[in-house]
Design a protein around this ligand. Structure first.
Ligand code: ADP
Length: 504
């Protein structure tokens, strides 16, 4: 069984993202060591801004999954015995280490995902440290209750870890979404095997490798590979006692079925089609700026919480559409590693053709207007880059696929409305229920909508991405269970045991 370091990766932060990508090539991280796939297979990691291959990733299969899970199961025996606050302190120490590597991590994630360094990648790298720090402080909160039962009977509950957690993550915000899973899982006394998304394996591996310089070997393992071949066996492995998954609805269903076969708990963070509802009394400039953020244009709209349906009260509708188009026009599309760039690339050719398909369908819809905003980059070095101009659609019928389906690209649809009840019904008329936002200075209306919108997260006059300490997760087809908070750590990464002692 191969168990040696393939390449030497630097401990100190490096700003040469290409050299780092090469050094991380061809490895999983199992039992604290960088190891190749048992099969020896690898697959290409491509810089979406240029089309160049920047690294190879280890192509994991059942044999790698088995090795990683066995290591995690062995490590969990000791990890669970460590006092919870000590585990938390180690996770907080990982945060301190990541903080010294933020710039390196930001450059590497920009290289492999095409997300702009200034507007997205650096922000994400910082949130990794923030989430580790937050959960690192929660070790002492893994506590139970005393339960009144009968005189002379002491009845208490204690929180116990579940065992090995399998964490399957997507490519759009891989570092943040991974950390929201692994940090609470580890602090609660579980060990983890992460399966990265095939489009974004490198930076996840780097974070795992750095954290392994702090954590005991085997506590945090990482595999790269394809969904059915690597993710499938991870969910099915008998030693995996909990699965947490972020990805698409169809794969979420497959994962939930496989978990049901084993009768293990599963948390699912799936898609969204998040409405943004704007009343005429809003603070106009703040709301236009908020719409750009809400639509996650700087992430090319590749977000489950993107405001891809925007409903604007009629008196300000025309002005709002014009202002939004003007603001998106002013955003700079270009090299993700350039500080001037606001908008980088789409992740892959598959996503390019999917998003372009939606845009073509919108443009071909009778009566619909599609505005292409911002300008394609002119640099010849980016000629093969996966760039798509942001599109703002108006006059689409409510039945259009652009309005009902998750596009996961820089495409939003804007509608006028006259009646509050009708717009609420339109907003709720979706199979999804992840996030929503309401923009108004009438807080009575804002709160009423917040209560009646069918979504796991509703924000009034802001639309931030997921934050540590706030429970996050959807209703309807957007998922099962919540993540990111103390309560979700207790609920989803521990089980409650009741202990009774009769001392009569
Ligand atoms: P996206 O459309 O955003 O790529 P997916 O749901 O296809 O979302 O993928 C999210 C994650 O799920 C990725 O890590 C992917 O490899 C993994 N995955 C895909 N198919 C399966 C499967 N059958 N079993 C387990 N994991 C899978």
């Amino acid at each position: 069984m191969p168990d040696t370091h393939l390449t030497q990766t630097p401990y100190e932060p490096t700003l040469d993202e290409r050299a780092l990508a090469r050094a991380l090539s061809g490895s999983h991280l199992i039992g604290g060591k960088l190891v190749p796939a048992r099969s020896g297979k690898t697959f290409a990691v491509v810089n979406p801004a240029t089309g160049e291959e920047v690294a190879r990733a280890a192509e994991g299969d059942e044999a790698d999954v088995d090795a990683a899970v066995r290591n995690a199961a062995e490590a969990q025996k000791l990890w669970a015995k460590m006092p919870a606050r000590k585990r938390g302190a180690l996770v907080a120490q990982c945060s301190a280490l990541i903080k010294t590597h933020v710039e390196e991590i930001a450059r590497l994630i920009a290289l492999e995902t095409g997300k702009a360094l200034r507007t997205e990648s650096r922000v994400e790298a910082n949130t990794v440290a923030d989430v580790l720090e937050f959960f690192g402080g929660l070790g002492g909160e893994i506590k139970g209750e005393s339960v009144p039962f009968a005189p002379n009977v002491l009845s208490v509950t204690v929180r116990e870890p579940l065992g090995v957690v399998g964490a399957i993550i997507p490519w759009n915000v891989p570092l943040l979404l991974m950390t929201l899973k692994i940090a609470p899982a580890l602090v609660a006394g579980n060990t983890v095997v992460v399966k990265s998304a095939e489009e974004a394996p490198l930076t996840v591996l780097r974070i795992c490798e750095l954290m392994n310089r702090v954590l005991p070997p085997g506590c945090f393992n990482m595999l790269s590979g394809f969904g059915p071949e690597c993710g499938g066996p991870l969910v099915a492995h008998p030693e995996v006692k909990k699965v947490t998954f972020t990805g698409s609805v169809p794969v979420g269903r497959i994962v939930a079925k496989a978990a049901a076969e084993k009768l293990i708990p599963v948390t699912l963070e799936l898609g969204g089609k998040s409405p943004m509802i704007i009343f005429a009394d809003c603070d106009f400039e703040k709301t236009v700026a908020g719409a750009l953020t809400s639509m996650r244009f700087t992430r090319q709209g590749q977000s489950c919480t993107a405001a891809s349906r925007i409903y604007v009260e009629r008196p300000i509708y025309d002005r709002f559409v014009a202002a939004m188009a003007e603001r998106v026009d002013a955003m700079v599309m270009g090299d993700p590693l350039d500080e001037k760039t606001d908008i980088g690339t789409i992740i892959s050719d598959d996503q390019m053709s999917r998003v372009k398909g939606f845009i073509a369908e919108g443009l071909a819809t009778a009566g619909a207007i599609g505005r292409a905003c911002s300008a394609m980059p002119k640099d010849p070095a980016l000629a093969k880059g996966k760039f798509i101009q942001p599109h703002i659609f108006t006059n689409l019928p409510a039945s259009s696929r652009l309005v009902t389906e998750e596009i996961f690209g820089p495409v939003t649809c804007i509608f006028p409305f006259d009646d509050a009840e009708a717009v609420l019904a339109a907003a709720n008329d979706s199979e999804y229920g992840l996030a929503a936002s309401v923009w108004t200075n009438n807080l009575k209306i804002g709160l009423e909508f917040a209560h009646r919108l069918e979504a796991g997260l509703v924000q009034i006059n802001q639309n931030l991405v997921v934050q540590a300490n706030l429970s996050y997760g959807g209703v309807k087809s957007s998922g099962l269970g919540k993540e990111a908070s103390l309560e979700s750590m207790l609920e989803h990464f521990t089980h409650k045991k009741t202990i009774m002692m009769n001392y009569a």
